[in-house]
Design a protein. Structure first.
Length: 614
């Protein structure tokens, strides 16, 4: 009970802290997954990795991956080469655009790949004005501009069955919106004497959705009647439409907004995040925030939480949750998840630091090149003598230390500009924890003579191989005596006043004897317990024989089968009286009471001797 209470208090007092993301480790893991430019030979995975690495400033590291993407491009400007898919092409558009590659042909393919999304609904146009007259409507069919004149009398369109609404898919041209699902209409009613109100609606059954409302005699309305399937002009697919619309919005070509708003799942953070990124609509952002779980995640998913964080930016709970999901190897799961986690965390944790004196986050040298505005000189301070860049021992002594530099990092000595033996400085190997300040900081930094010979020798609590030989001038009894001495206050086996003075202090030999006796305590204790137990059993047997009656065995007291007497009831004697078992072959004792008394006294005397020894 007491131990459990102590553990509970200890856990309460332990401070909680969130893990910090290791951005460099995550990016290095991502780079390690690349094989000849590709990531899993997959367009989406490769594109995602390009986005993450480019966003972190790793421009030179994505060149081979960009080449791989271009090599997988179909002659029709879509991906993958053998079987074009809309979502793959959308991700390739995102990656190539971020890398600065031309993408107009990719955009054109995606625009042509869209399908009509509303086969059951109607797109209706109303032009409300106080006078009768004529309006012109212009629109483009591909490269051809079309102009139509419509007559309005008493607010009704004569060319559309004299209705108050103009059906854009049938009254202008049959199946116009089915053939051209994304189209803009320029409306001009300026020849009317009074101002008009132009309204665009979408109608399904008895439901009317206002899409645009213009209080003017002229203006433009766009019918966003499209969606994307998994393939070219395929049946509408929400996932393909989500990511393709997002990709097109990044190149200022938003698409399929009406379809997304009409078909998204309001409980799915992925849908809410992408629509929020496309539209920046506060209503969708508010809905997204309401879907965050108590642990900070969105549906306990790395992808959904990353997308939400890209929308909500500095949401600390989501950041903490994502950071807790980083694996020891630096990843956040697979390539796709790791890429989007890096994209989401980059505004807060992966901002390139160009003044930390460390070559990181895509820098070509220390605080220069890559994401840093400062250009690197010939010497890039990367601890490697890059002769192809022109580095040598004269212009870059920190990287190049003359001929045979690489061999000097394997000679078992601390020479040239090394920080330790064959480590640090110009050597690629990092030194263990050792600050070379002349102080053996074992308790603070764990320094020992094994890796910090400049700081540590005798006195570091480590019995080094050179300190173990008593005949050597480097013998260190202070360290090596601890091989047998554990400083626990007890003079134990193998310890003596020479090798363990803290535990074995001679004072007339009493302390050593006491320690040796204490070491045998468990065995003596067991003997004492056995003897006392035998005495108790013998005593019970003796007094039972003396009274001349067999005790009753009644486990359940007065409710059991035994009989209760007035005498034992008055004296408060227990109802449970154990019976001494009769072992097979045992005979009744014929000893007199005086003999029994002598044997009992003898047993007690033996017990006293054992206790006295203790």
């Amino acid at each position: 009970m007491r131990l459990g209470f102590i553990i509970l208090i200890t856990l309460i007092l332990i401070p909680f802290s969130s893990a910090d993301i290791d951005g460099d480790k995550a990016l290095n893991w991502l780079l390690s997954q690349q094989i000849q430019g590709s990531y899993n030979n997959d367009i989406i995975a490769t594109s995602s990795a390009i986005l993450a690495l480019k966003n972190a400033g790793y421009s030179s590291q994505i060149e081979e991956s960009v080449e791989y993407l271009l090599s997988q491009k179909n002659s029709a400007n879509c991906w993958p080469k053998l079987n074009c898919r809309v979502k793959d092409t959308a991700f390739a558009l995102l990656a190539l655009s971020a890398a600065g590659e031309p993408v107009d042909d990719v955009i054109e393919w995606l625009e042509n790949a869209q399908s009509s999304s509303t086969t059951k609904g109607k797109w209706l146009l109303q032009i409300a004005n106080a006078e009768n007259g004529q309006c012109s409507i212009k629109y483009n069919k591909g490269q051809t501009e079309i102009t139509k004149q419509v007559v309005i009398e008493d607010g009704k369109f004569q060319s559309c069955n004299n209705n108050n609404w103009l059906d854009l898919n049938s009254c202008l041209e049959p199946n116009l919106l089915s053939k051209y699902p994304l189209i803009t209409f320029d409306i001009d009613c300026n020849n009317l004497d009074s101002n008009a109100i132009i309204v665009l609606l979408f109608n399904v059954g008895n439901t009317y959705t206002f899409v645009e409302n213009i209080e003017s005699s002229s203006g433009s309305v766009t019918v966003d009647n499209n969606c994307y399937g998994t393939s070219f002009k395929g049946i509408c697919n929400l996932d393909s439409t989500l990511y393709t619309s997002y990709a097109l919005s990044k190149v200022d070509k938003p698409s399929s907004i009406f379809f997304l708003k009409s078909n998204y799942d309001s409980n799915n953070p992925e849908h809410l995040s992408i629509i929020s990124l496309i539209t920046q609509d506060q209503g969708f952002i508010d809905d997204l925030e309401s879907r965050q779980r108590n642990d900070g995640s969105f549906d306990n998913s790395v992808i959904k939480t990353s997308l939400a964080l890209m929308t909500l930016n500095n949401n600390q709970e989501a950041i903490d949750w994502l950071e807790s999901k980083q694996d020891p190897d630096g990843s956040f799961g697979d390539i796709f998840e790791t890429s989007f986690a890096l994209l989401a965390l980059s505004p807060t944790t992966l901002v390139p630091t160009c003044s930390d004196n460390i070559r990181n986050q895509g820098e070509e040298g220390v605080d220069c090149g890559g994401p840093c505005s400062k250009e690197c000189g010939i010497c890039n301070l990367n601890d490697v003598c890059d002769e192809e860049l022109g580095e040598d021992s004269d212009n870059c002594p920190s990287d190049c230390i003359g001929a045979g530099a690489s061999n000097l990092c394997k000679n078992g000595k601390q020479d040239n500009n090394e920080e330790g033996i064959d480590c640090g400085g110009s050597c690629s190997a990092k030194c263990p924890s050792c600050n070379n300040d002349g102080i053996c900081e074992f308790d603070t930094f764990g320094e020992t003579a094994l890796q910090c010979q400049n700081d540590c020798s005798c006195g570091d609590k480590v019995c080094d191989s050179t300190e173990n030989d008593e005949l050597s001038n480097t013998y260190c009894p202070q360290d090596c005596k601890r091989a047998v001495c554990n400083d626990n206050g007890l003079c134990e086996l193998g310890e003596n006043e020479d090798n363990c003075p803290n535990d074995c202090t001679i004072s007339g030999g009493s302390e050593i004897e006491e320690t040796e006796e204490e070491s045998s305590f468990p065995f003596v204790s067991i003997i004492i317990i056995i003897v006392i137990g035998l005495i108790i059993v013998f005593s019970i047997y003796y007094f039972t024989k003396k009274k001349g009656k067999k005790p009753e065995f009644n486990l359940f007291g007065k409710f059991g089968k035994g009989k209760e007497t007035k005498e034992n009831s008055r004296k408060g004697e227990p109802f449970f009286k154990p019976e001494i078992p009769k072992f097979p072959g045992s005979k009744p004792s014929l000893k007199s009471q005086s003999k029994l008394d002598e044997e009992l006294e003898k047993s007690l005397e033996e017990a006293r001797k054992l206790i006295k020894k203790k």
